[in-house]
Ligand binder design. Structure first.
Ligand code: NAD
Length: 698
């Protein structure tokens, strides 16, 4: 297939882009368009031109497969193609349906006229990747739509329907159906009427209010709302240039700022995550055309914290859910919580009363396993005990229909062992949701040793349907996310033991960009959970002398976190704001004294490095063991499950940005502090290998 299809229809050259799935502006397509322009200009039987894409995409913008390759810069680059359209001596009409985004919209703005289907999706979303439109979009869109609308679209990246932009210089016509016929008729009309060749570049930017005042107000707003993202303010500055500078100078200014953003770490991180999310959906040994199992009915076992949230995900997309519990009261409580959640959303205006009832109407409850016989997907979220999981999966094996997917939401238990409680381990998989399960976007999909390929492929697909970011993990204690969290927390505890305060550690990590520091997270989740686990593990290994940690002392003092009004911090009734508590400082001080530790000072940078490098080191082990398929999968886990800042692109990407060499050197320095430190800071072999070779972690 050539990149463009060229045909002549009653004096009109119809040029159709052919670069599925979204007509990304590949080199072949760019060249094809310029060649089509040349051909049409040279052909006396052609009076005008129509450029169009597929029904679903005029063009989605840059071709992501060319990112990082020389093809991006190979002539004709997009700016040259746009210029070729503007300079064409015969009228060029862009006929837009489906998506028309980024470079696609910039191209369309190079045509003399534009016609669009009412529901076409129009936007310049570059800002979401930390960039700005770099092929004239910031100069042409304000000329086409006026300052206010263009500024809003470019700085937010919002995508709007074509019908909302009718009656503007952007869209000359908006049609409900048969776009191509309408576009050809329009092109013929233009030729017959010898219509002028309109170029957006020749227009003046209009503004409904005082432009400079508006720009200043928006600038202040953006500076406050996007502290860690340079792109929105740069977008504003380029739009400002469309007013303050002549067109060509504005273009040059846009180019300069575009290149600056392209090489910024924030944009690199956002582009990395964009690619990472897509890569995470591809599993090397599972072909894209693997037949999927149909999911029409879902069952959830356990109506507690997780079960209720999990059920909501499926109700939200219109799938019926049956929820099973041991006691009617537990079911009633679970259903009431779901209803309350929906009603809260309704109060915020994001659901109508009718929608709430629709969703609740899809939910049924039962105390009997026999009622799960029709479910295509069954997810258990019962207590985290192997004995309970065994009882549940034995029952499921009895009642579930052949081909039903049996999933566990376990956080720590061995999915392979759970699978072996059934006679169909190939149907068993881990679906690890994060709390609150109706909100958190991460879904770790735990692939057991015997999990069937179609079960995995179906789980990924259903994960996407419910709006999650699925990442596949192998079986190990804690899977990807929680396993990495453990050394991160140990590193934080080491800092506190050595002299830092919990609030100092939290503040350093929050300034780095983490949504919440580890001690605030601890207080939120409850310190008693970890305490119980430590006590259980100690009881299981009586021969190993137990080394108490500071958190034990807090729990012994009844400080379980927010639920008891005090933990690492204290809290005022009804307020989640942590308050530094001198009592905790005293407990920590006593603990250090008992161990003969002389407290020392840590800089914010060192706190961040120690915690982050512990995270990265475990990530490298996870990668080496094949628990994660790619370094970028780990980044997706941390972004969507653990509040890692998007503008750093996840822990593994951050390590690359810092340089693996520097990461390893710091770890080696910490390792020299003591025998315990040497054991903790042992560099993961994979990290050492990549540091030596200079190859990035993949
Ligand atoms: P929870 O205690 O809030 O809820 C568990 C529910 O399961 C209770 O309502 C209980 O009555 C019910 N239950 C127990 N045994 C049952 C049985 N045999 N049959 C039917 N119902 C039964 O617990 P949770 O926090 O929702 O955790 C559930 C699972 O999800 C655990 O495996 C946990 O590790 C996992 N998980 C929890 C979180 C979290 O943050 N809470 C996050 C990820 C995964």
């Amino acid at each position: 297939m050539t990149a463009v299809n060229y045909e002549i229809k009653e004096g009109v050259a119809l040029v159709t882009f052919q670069n599925p799935p979204v007509n990304g502006m590949s080199h072949a397509l760019r060249l094809g368009i310029v060649q089509a322009v040349d051909k049409a200009e040279a052909d006396p039987s052609v009076q005008s031109m129509v450029l169009t894409g597929s029904q679903s995409a005029f063009s989605g913008g840059a071709d992501v497969t060319e990112f990082g390759t020389p093809k991006v810069l190979q002539q004709p680059i997009l700016r040259a193609v746009i210029e070729a359209l503007e300079q064409c001596e015969k009228p060029v009409v862009a006929a837009i349906q489906g998506v028309c985004l980024g470079g696609g919209l910039e191209l369309a703005m190079g045509a003399h006229y534009r016609i669009a289907k009412a529901d076409a999706q129009i936007g310049l979303p570059e800002v979401k990747l930390g960039l700005l439109p770099g092929a004239g979009g910031t100069q042409r869109l304000p000329r086409a739509l006026g300052l206010e609308k263009a500024l809003e679209m470019i700085t937010s990246g919002t995508i709007v329907r074509a019908k909302t932009l009718a009656d503007s210089n952007l869209l000359d016509r908006v049609v409900e159906d048969d776009l191509i016929a309408a576009a050809i008729a329009f092109a013929q009309e233009l030729a017959v009427n010898k219509a002028p060749l309109k170029r957006l570049r020749d227009l003046q930017v209009t503004s409904q209010t005082d432009a400079q005042t508006l720009l200043q107000t928006v600038r202040e707003k953006l500076q406050a709302s996007s502290k860690n993202f340079p792109a929105p303010v740069k977008c504003l500055e380029t739009v400002q240039a469309s007013i303050d500078m002549p067109f060509e100078q504005g273009l040059a200014f846009e180019r300069q700022l575009f290149l600056g953003l392209m090489s910024s770490p924030e944009s690199q991180a956002l582009r990395h995550i964009f690619a990472a999310e897509r890569a995470a959906l591809k599993i090397p040994d599972i072909p894209a055309d693997t037949p999927l199992r149909e999911i029409k009915q879902v069952a959830v076992i356990g109506a507690g914290t997780m079960g209720g949230g999990i059920a909501m995900n499926f109700l939200n997309i219109g799938l019926p859910v049956v929820m099973l519990e041991m006691k009617q009261e537990a079911l009633d409580r679970g259903v009431a919580t779901i209803r309350r959640n929906y009603e809260n959303t309704m109060k915020k205006g994001r659901l109508t009363a009718e929608q709430v009832e629709q969703r609740m109407g899809l939910l049924s409850t039962t105390l009997s396993y026999d009622d799960l016989a029709q479910a295509d997907l069954i997810i258990e979220a019962v207590f985290e005990e192997m004995g309970v999981k065994k009882a549940v999966f034995t029952e499921l094996d009895r009642v579930a229909k052949p081909g039903a997917i049996l999933a566990s939401n376990t956080s720590t238990l061995d999915v392979d062992q759970i699978a072996d409680f059934t006679k169909r381990p190939e149907d068993v998989i881990g679906l690890h949701f994060f709390s609150p399960a109706n909100v958190m976007q991460l879904l770790e999909i735990v692939r057991g040793a015997k999990t069937a390929k179609d079960v995995l492929a179906t789980s990924i697909q259903i994960g996407r349907k419910i709006g999650k970011k699925p990442v596949v993990s192998g079986v190990c204690d804690g899977f990807i996310g929680n396993r990495m969290l453990y050394p991160y927390r140990v590193a934080a505890d080491q800092l506190v033991l050595a002299g830092a305060s919990p609030s100092q550690v939290d503040k350093a990590l929050e300034n780095f960009g983490m949504a919440m520091g580890p001690y605030r997270v601890g207080d939120l989740a409850g310190l008693d959970i970890g305490w119980a686990i430590r006590k259980r593990k100690a009881a299981e290994n009586p021969s190993v002398p137990y080394e108490p940690v500071i958190a034990d002392k807090l729990c012994e003092a009844g400080r379980y976190g927010q639920k008891t009004g005090m933990g690492w911090y204290k809290y005022e009734a009804g307020n989640r704001q942590p308050i530094v508590d001198p009592v905790v400082e005293q407990i920590i001080d006593d603990f250090r004294k008992a161990k003969g530790i002389e407290p020392r000072q840590f800089s914010e940078a060192e706190i961040v490095q120690r915690c982050l490098y512990a995270l990265v080191n475990e990530g490298a082990k996870i990668l080496e063991e094949g628990i994660a398929l790619r370094a970028s999968d780990i980044d997706v886990v941390y972004l969507y499950g653990y509040g890692f800042p998007a503008y750093r692109g996840g822990p593994m990407n951050y390590a690359q940005q810092v340089g693996l060499f520097n990461v390893v050197r710091s770890m080696q320095r910490y390792a020299r502090e003591s025998a315990d430190a040497a054991a903790f800071w042992q560099v993961a072999p994979l990290l050492a290998k990549h540091t030596e070779s200079g190859e990035p972690l993949k």
